[in-house]
Design a protein around this ligand. Structure first.
Ligand SMILES: CC(C)(COP(=O)(O)OP(=O)(O)OC[C@H]1O[C@@H](n2cnc3c(N)ncnc32)[C@H](O)[C@@H]1OP(=O)(O)O)[C@@H](O)C(=O)NCCC(=O)NCCS
Length: 271
């Protein structure tokens, strides 16, 4: 870039004229006939500011810029997010799209096989912390989408050693209010979502507010989980989901190796 262009440049953006002067971006407003300041800092400065306004940790150490060696994509716009990440394996990425006040921890030894595990936190005029906990040794096939809760002490929690098929979604918030027309009280208050350990979740499953799945379960493909289940060793299936089979356990391999282990993902969790 020419030296003068770095100090002063004028270009057209749609119907507007954009003037950049010493790093300050000004947009000419035609109707008001004045310049409006669009942005002050350049992109690199923005990134370091974002990492200062948020506490982001990687493998236990606070970081001040995106990590290059691990495939984490940050799209952070706000402040007061506390994000504790650990390295993960696999060819996929972890995309974190956060506005403000998210409290997110991602354990150790997780695997994201392909595409992305996407975590989106949105601001709805609330100041509470958005909470999401993902444990360790989980196997994410990819294209997974999680929206944390927006209420203090209510969380989306995923335990350890779980296997997620493609396209699994968690809606910790419903986005819109439902209230009783007589009392005017909200009826769809956020209760959180909780998954135990050693759960196999089938493709296209949707977890909604209040969903709770106990350890050692199987969630059938295309299920909608919108309430609490407490019976371990069952298949939970359908929309809305019901217990469809009892006294069962699952294993990663389709051979008889299940007879020799209690941990369905044992082979894949070796460090
Ligand atoms: C649950 C699953 C594993 C089948 O297990 P199974 O032991 O063979 O179970 P069955 O087929 O005998 O089904 C048991 C009951 O659950 C019901 N059921 C099974 N899968 C269901 C589903 N996806 N949605 C709704 N009901 C389902 C069956 O209709 C049956 O109900 P019934 O007893 O009233 O007839 C299979 O249906 C499934 O969903 N697999 C997930 C596949 C997947 O996503 N793989 C991705 C790789 S990670």
């Amino acid at each position: 870039m020419h030296f003068l262009e770095k100090i002063f440049s004028v270009k057209n953006e749609g119907n507007h004229k954009i003037v950049c002067f010493l790093g300050i971006k000004l947009k000419f407003h035609k109707e008001k006939k004045l310049f409006i300041v669009e942005s002050v800092a350049n992109k690199e400065e923005d990134i370091s500011k974002i990492f200062l306004k948020n506490e982001i940790y990687f493998n236990g150490k606070r970081i001040y810029e995106p990590i290059k060696e691990c495939n984490v994509i940050f799209e952070i716009f706000g402040s007061n997010n506390i994000i504790k990440l650990n390295e993960f394996k696999g060819g996929g990425s972890l995309k974190i799209k956060a506005h403000s006040n998210m409290n997110f921890s991602f354990g150790t030894n997780n695997i994201i096989v392909q595409d992305a595990l996407v975590v989106v936190n949105v601001v709805l005029g609330k100041k509470e912390q958005y909470n999401l906990e993902i444990g360790s040794n989980n196997y994410f096939n990819g294209f997974m989408f999680i929206i944390p809760t927006t209420v203090q002490n209510k969380k989306v929690v995923i335990g350890n050693n779980n296997l997620f098929a493609y396209n699994v979604r968690f809606y910790g918030i419903s986005f819109h209010m439902i209230y009783d027309i007589n009392t005017k009280k909200q009826v769809n208050e956020e209760q959180g979502i909780e998954l135990g350990n050693n759960i196999w979740v089938g493709e296209d499953t949707l977890f909604l507010n209040k969903a709770k799945v106990p350890s050692n379960s199987i969630v059938a493909a295309r299920s909608t989980i919108n309430k609490e289940f407490n019976e371990e060793n069952s298949i939970i299936a359908g929309t809305p989901a019901k217990v469809a089979k009892r006294n069962v356990m699952w294993h990663f391999e389709l051979d008889d190796s299940y007879k020799h282990t209690d941990n369905p993902l044992e082979k894949y969790n070796e460090v």
